[in-house]
Design a protein around this ligand. Sequence first.
Ligand code: MN
Length: 242
Amino acid sequence: MTVYFVSDLHLKPERPDLTRAFSRLLDTTFQDATELYLLGDIFEAWIGDDTPTPTLESVFNSLKQLSDQGCKIFFQHGNRDFLVGEAFAKSINASLLPEELTVDLPVGKTVISHGDQLCLDDIEYMQFRTMVRNPQWQQDFLSKSLEERLAIARQIRDASKERTAEKAEYITDVNQQAVTDLFIRSGVDLMIHGHTHRPCIHQHEVDGKQATRIVLGDWDKLGWYLKVEKQGYDLINFPIED
Ligand code: MN
């Protein structure tokens, strides 16, 4: 059993190199995957499953091919692609997962999430999150025309960029108490998440016991993935080529 995790690829038309690199990874390295977890922010923006995304077709085809071969694909929402819906999931034969979940991996039970809900120090973002994760807000947004949705998404993105630039390091990282609480709530000693763009393997002490938190990396000059097998896990990066 070989399980792969990726997050924070932020695929967008302006970075065809990232789309190509992900397709290549799916078509080669991930061919031995029994399970693939997409832990959010795979897409830089997602304003509804009905929106045309011609630049992502190659990735969709590679994902579909992988699932056709018997690999199970799971998708957890990030703070950018939280509007990925059942229609899209069905098209690549993936299952949508709740925002935090304990799964059985070859190395044992593990709690997984995108990770943005752990960033409690970013009060402004948490308020925004409460708004956009509300089913009523999502329904209203998705009922608007494509043009309206694009305009709103652009406004949100510009405002968020400005605010993030002004924030101190610790604010945009996870809150340690939130991490401890999630370990305790889930009752496991391994956690995998993305979102912070700070790839690392952290050791924590929770109730006097050792716990491990793996943070996936975002894709830019390097691509990142986590490989999990019975003998252990490996957080791997590789250069993104043109
Ligand atoms: Mn994120």
